[in-house]
Design a protein. Structure first.
Length: 423
């Protein structure tokens, strides 16, 4: 077995053979206490000065108010750095944190599940020059549970307080218990980073992780989602195009109200209510008010607004009605491949099996070795002859990193040649 095929050592959490596992130590308070919330220019200037004078990586986290507010903006930013201690910054009171980001210079940022927090951090002027993602590091190293609490417990032997991740962080003032929870989220993040770096180096995966981290830091903001209303929960129940138009009109009307009121769309009107109205196609306010989700006090206050959206959908000409499915962007669903292109189905089966087996040997999730979408696209339209250079170029075009290409290219070229494209 090569170094890159070893499983996590977890030496900090592994007892001597035959000894009982030590109980994790509850981490109840930040080492220097709960820092005050920085909510004015003078306080921010102090934080900037302290963190500019600090040393080493900077632990960064952000709290949002998903389920309560519209969008994914940050309502609290937590930081910690050697020599500076911890800081809690209110980005509503201090909406431009670019001076803080500038003061950090080229220091590495340590985040857990970076892709979740980077969009809201960029909105307030914070973007890392380099980063270390402890969640992704855990995945690459083969840890079965990669939540922050699970990682801190298994790697460092401490338990973090739970229970405040889904609270309304837009509330002011923030309760002390919430601030304690927020400060503890960055308390051990740099220590976790250091332990995971050693583990990745031991397994021969550190260079791979660095490629992944660099790709995350350099990635542009995602493009706006096309037809976001199609993500309405329960949409699969809606079969007719006129009904789909009702879903679209109600979703868009709800979105405008939610944006204006700065509340989560689900608090304005539930997805279940939208689907119920689409299936019923009510012709009047009275009919709509009898449906689930519209009979509540909040629903009744806006029932005329919702009925107007339904009426707009009912009045659309056939040519303006949405299609049942989105225009395909890529290969068809794999379940249809056997009928549409048996050779492609054979290629996909062989490639999937090879990539999955190699991911198991490397002790990491298959999607971290190579995304399933990349495998599907390659197998649906493979380069002629499946020459390694052409396969590698296609993988790069779909965003694969060099380490992923190095690990999977021989497997994929073999799979493609085993079931070549038909003339």
């Amino acid at each position: 077995m090569t170094d890159a095929q070893e499983t996590p050592a977890d030496s900090a959490a592994q007892p001597p053979s035959g000894a009982p596992a030590p109980l994790p130590v509850p981490l109840l308070e930040p080492g220097e206490g709960i820092p005050p919330v920085t909510a004015d220019a003078d306080g921010l200037a102090g934080v900037i000065s302290a963190f500019a004078a600090g040393s080493g990586p900077v632990a960064v986290d952000a709290e949002r108010a998903s389920g309560y507010r519209y969008g994914q903006r940050a309502y609290l930013v937590q930081l910690r750095r050697a020599g500076a201690g911890s800081a809690l910054v209110d980005p509503i009171a201090c909406p431009d944190l670019s001076p803080l980001a500038h003061a950090l210079g080229d220091a590495e940022w340590v985040l857990h599940a970076a892709t979740q927090d980077l969009p809201c951090l960029r909105e307030i002027g914070m973007a890392p020059p380099t980063l270390f993602d402890t969640e992704l590091a855990g995945r690459l190293a083969g840890f079965p549970r990669v939540g922050l609490g699970a990682m801190v417990e298994s790697v460092l032997g401490y338990t973090l307080e739970k229970g405040h991740s889904a609270v309304d962080w837009s509330s002011r003032p923030l309760p002390e218990a919430w601030l304690r929870y927020a400060a503890l989220d960055v308390e051990l993040l740099v220590e976790l980073r250091d332990a995971l770096e050693k583990e990745l180096e031991r397994q021969g995966k550190l260079a791979w992780a660095r490629e992944e981290f660099a790709a995350i830091a350099a990635a542009p903001p995602p493009a706006p989602r096309k037809d976001p209303w199609r993500r309405t929960s329960g949409l699969h129940k809606v079969r007719r195009r006129r009904q789909l138009a009702v879903v679209r009109e109600l979703w868009q009307a709800r979105d405008k109200v939610a944006r204006k009121r700065d509340v989560s769309p689900g608090k304005v009107l539930t997805d279940a209510a939208i689907v119920a109205a689409a299936l019923a196609l009510p012709e009047s306010v009275e009919e709509l008010a009898k449906l689930p989700g519209f009979s509540t006090r909040a629903g009744r206050r806006q029932v005329q607004h919702w009925q107007a959206a339904v009426d707009r959908a009912r009045a659309l000409p056939e040519s303006a009605l949405p299609q049942q499915g989105q225009a395909p962007n890529g290969p068809p669903p794999p379940r249809a491949w056997a009928d549409k292109d048996p050779a492609a189905a054979a290629r996909l089966a062989a490639a999937r099996a090879a990539v999955t087996a190699h991911a198991e040997r490397l002790n990491m999730p298959q999607e971290n070795l190579l995304t399933p979408d990349t495998v599907r696209r390659l197998c649906w339209e493979p380069p002629a002859g499946a020459e390694p250079e052409a396969v590698a170029a296609l993988l790069r075009a779909h965003g694969a990193r060099e380490w992923q290409i190095e690990q999977t290219l021989p497997l994929l070229t073999t799979a493609l040649r085993a079931a070549p494209a038909q003339p």
